[in-house]
Design a protein around this ligand. Structure first.
Ligand code: ADP
Ligand code: GLC
Length: 485
């Protein structure tokens, strides 16, 4: 079967978060199952360094009409990797910019136009480069593809047998735009109603995708349930409920060629469940890299790698910072995003330079070194559709402390000292006291080296391989395709 992926991020070309990891890793697994997979991405500035100086243009011009003008993107051949074909939508005036979505903490004002153009260009390009049985589109940035196919492209004979699957990686980002976007993108006004694209008087890309896709998936079973509730639905719970019969949760996998302490090219020493000595070296170097005071073995090193967004629960960490200062632990943090969290972590590190180290920015190699060198990984998210870092942590023997939500709840089991079962520490309420209690349980377990060793090995033995998830997606592709034969 031919599957077209359309997404706004993909490793190694362009990444801000886990979406890129998923769109990078799933297609090669589908190829291994015998499918043909084509991935479309916008040709951002970041993508250029992965292309030859004079890349091949496979479609020199596609006309994309807007209300008062046309734009003319071209399609650039990104070549094949691991059997997957990559194409880039090249529209320099929209994509040749320093950021993917906007300067720090803000959005480019023309994002509706940017991602509508991307989506429509994928539809048009596929007519020339290969119409798939399934368009698998990701998040709001590609969510207009199913809308186009079932509305303004309804009578296009090319797509009579193409089905659509939307994967929602994060319902907190929906692509909300003013009502006049309807006209700007040349949709008829009768699509701007509450059962279609209108949502509290905004034009909502994600809602359109949910309404018009054949199937909707999200990235863990728990989150697939949560988004049907007021607490997690981000005002789309009724829309998700309406599609309840077609809504599925498939847990993400991990690319263990990238995230494996036995082979990781970014870490100072390798280690395995059989020989953990390399982890000590990783820990010591990490402590030195952050200029912390050398740690006794009895002092655990906590780690955080994250986008700094309200989703991730840092407001709770801020509320327990003073209590953590009273405990015998150290902390290293890598992240960037909202200014208030950057300032909070910077100030904390300035006040406790011996014990708290912070690096503001995006740094893939350092993310690996933190996974490898920390003893405990903190991920107290308010909500977490899947979450990848806690799964990476398991493989590196870095014990996760997580809130029991979404994929965090599906992937981490509470440590039971009596049975020596479990892989981490979970808390349910979104409360600083509950987070602190979970950290205290982790500290108490850390104080008993033999059982801590068992706990590390429990996590290191877990496999979340993409092969399993890819089979689940393949079954869904069959289901979706069967609706459009
Ligand atoms: P989300 O997609 O919500 O950000 P995930 O846990 O699914 O959360 O994925 C985050 C991905 O982004 C991981 O691969 C993580 O290592 C990476 N990441 C996040 N912040 C940074 C950063 N500051 N530097 C390097 N990598 C980061
Ligand atoms: C989103 C979610 C994260 C998930 C990732 C990949 O960014 O916030 O939980 O792991 O997408 O699906």
């Amino acid at each position: 079967m031919h599957i077209v992926f359309a997404a706004s991020e993909c490793v190694p070309f362009a990444k801000t978060g886990g979406l890129a990891d998923v769109v990078g890793a799933l297609p090669p697994e589908l190829v291994k199952l015998g499918h043909k997979v084509t991935v479309y991405l916008p040709l951002y500035q970041q993508v250029r360094k992965h292309l030859p100086d004079a890349p091949t243009t496979v479609i020199p011009s596609i006309t994309i009409p807007f209300e008062f003008y046309n734009r003319f993107p071209s399609i650039v051949d990104g070549g094949q990797r691991a059997g997957v074909q990559y194409y880039f939508v090249n529209c320099p005036e929209l994509f040749d910019r320093p950021e993917l979505y906007g300067p720090k903490g803000s959005e480019y004002p023309d994002n509706a136009e940017r991602f509508a153009l991307f989506s429509r260009a994928v539809v048009e390009a596929s007519k020339l480069l290969g119409v798939p049985e399934v368009f698998h589109v990701h998040d709001w940035q590609a969510a207009l593809i199913p809308v186009y196919l079932r509305t303004t492209y309804y009578y296009d004979p090319a797509f009579q047998h193409s089905s659509t699957i939307l994967t929602v990686h994060n319902a907190g980002y929906q692509g909300w735009f003013p009502p006049k976007t309807t006209e700007q993108l040349l949709f008829p006004w009768d699509l701007f109603t509450m059962d279609k694209l209108e949502h509290f008087d905004t034009f909502n890309f994600l809602k359109g995708g949910i309404v018009y896709s054949d199937l909707v998936t999200t990235v863990s079973k728990k989150y697939a349930e949560e988004i049907r509730t007021v607490e997690f639905g981000n005002n789309l719970e009724n829309v998700f409920n309406r599609r309840g019969a077609d809504l599925r949760g498939i847990l993400n996998g991990v690319d263990y060629t990238e995230w494996n302490p036995a082979t990781d090219k970014h870490i100072p020493a390798h280690f395995t469940p059989q020989d953990l000595t390399g982890k000590d070296a990783c820990r010591n170097e990490l402590v030195a890299e952050f200029n912390l005071k050398p740690l006794m073995n009895s002092t655990p090193l906590l780690g955080i790698v994250s986008r700094f967004a309200s989703q991730k629960g840092f407001d709770m960490i801020a509320q327990i910072a003073a209590s953590l200062d009273q405990r015998d632990l150290a902390l290293v943090v890598l992240g960037s995003g909202e200014g208030s969290y950057e300032r909070f972590f910077r100030n904390w590190a300035a006040a406790r330079p011996d014990r708290v180290g912070v690096s503001i920015g995006y740094n893939d190699a350092l993310a690996h070194r933190i996974e490898a060198g920390a003893d405990i990984f903190l991920m107290p998210s308010r909500y977490e559709p899947c979450g990848l870092n806690q799964i990476y942590s398991l493989k590196y023997g870095t014990v996760p402390v997580v809130r029991a939500t979404g994929g965090l709840d599906d992937t981490i089991d509470e440590w039971e000292p009596s049975t020596q079962q479990g892989t981490g520490f979970k808390f349910l309420g979104y409360s600083p006291a509950d987070l602190l209690a979970a950290i205290d349980r982790a500290l108490a377990a850390y104080a008993k080296p033999n059982s801590w060793h068992r706990l590390m090995l429990n996590g290191m033995g877990k496999e979340y391989s993409w092969a399993i998830a890819a089979k689940e997606y393949a079954t869904l592709y069959d289901e979706a395709a069967a609706r459009r034969v």
